[in-house]
Ligand binder design. Sequence first.
Ligand SMILES: Cc1ncc(COP(=O)(O)O)c(C=O)c1O
Length: 394
Amino acid sequence: MFARRTGWKLTENRYSAALHKARAQGGRLIDLTASNPTHGNFDFDSAAILSALTHRESLNYDPDPQGLLSARNAVAGYYNTKKVRGTTHAASPEQIFLTTSTSEGYSYLFRLLCDPGDEVLVARPSYPLFEFLAEMQDVQLRCYELFYDHGWHIDFGGLEGLITQRTRAVLVVNPNNPTGSFVRCQELDQIAALCRKQTLALISDEVFLDYEIEGASEASAAFSNECLSFALSGLSKISCLPQMKLAWIVVNGPAELRDQAHARLQIIADTYLSVNAPIQHALPLLLDQRFNVQPQLVRRVRNNLALLDKRLESARAIRRLVVDGGWYAVLRVPARQSDEDLAIELIQRFGVIVHPGHFYDFPQDGYIVVSLITPDEEFREGANVVIGFLDGLL
Ligand SMILES: Cc1ncc(COP(=O)(O)O)c(C=O)c1O
């Protein structure tokens, strides 16, 4: 009856089962994975956000496959205020396609670039949703490794070795989730040159690009002309408004390839016309919300990191890895048991929730991931428990 691609194992894994049980028991849980900004005690300008949705033009239906020009102008304005490689570059509304989410953006791009069974290269560790997004579009993911040496780096030798006749694109997340590593200028240039040489597309997920913590964002594929490139971003992280469901793709590259991609994407987007009018009319005001919320978020992330570092000063067994940018921290912990077992034990014994590294496909045990936008007090309490427990095990 059903397609093989939907033949997922629908039973709960051990981690989710432990979490559901703990929730059902009703005791207090300290959630160090909290990453929904709408539940994070940030001070949103509610009046401005709600009034942005009452635009009179929203009563008309004037669809445009790329999204309304006024909304695309707002996105172009966002890029035109960004400094990349020490200078500002211009993005034009012609290059921009609006989608309801970056997930939808991925499905457009996988449809544009890949026939069933074609391959996309993706970093490991990285964002767990890629597996599902690729599977649903009949795309095969091949993982290139990120390795840690005083910061995360791309294993270029490994990446090049993965390219086959079926490879269609290299995907980077900049900064990556959960490693928080920015793609450096030199790395982006190297990938773009490789993509050009091998006739591959570059897909760059830049949803966290504005969040500079210990590093600075150097490069954006939105301005990369070397190869056919697609930069993805949206309101969910830029303005911390995931519920508004608006994202975009910026298309760039050598003129001929870019024009072909553009024409084909127009047909894909025209088939769905998925972004609603009220949100497009609200977009300029919703994008402006970043000036209010991003400083609050960055302050939270920095405070939580400082707190973590203070607590780790006396810890023998745990180290936190560098956080260039984004909302997460990776902790290197003793691999005395699997990360999943450790995460389950933390839930069952202490009511503290962390993500085991294997959620993000870390190649070995000994990593847990915590959200740095967890409210401060909860973060303090949870970090104390995790560090105290792991250190006590030595
Ligand atoms: C790397 C990355 N890309 C995309 C998204 C989701 O974006 P959207 O809500 O626009 O689909 C997330 C969400 O956490 C993410 O971590």
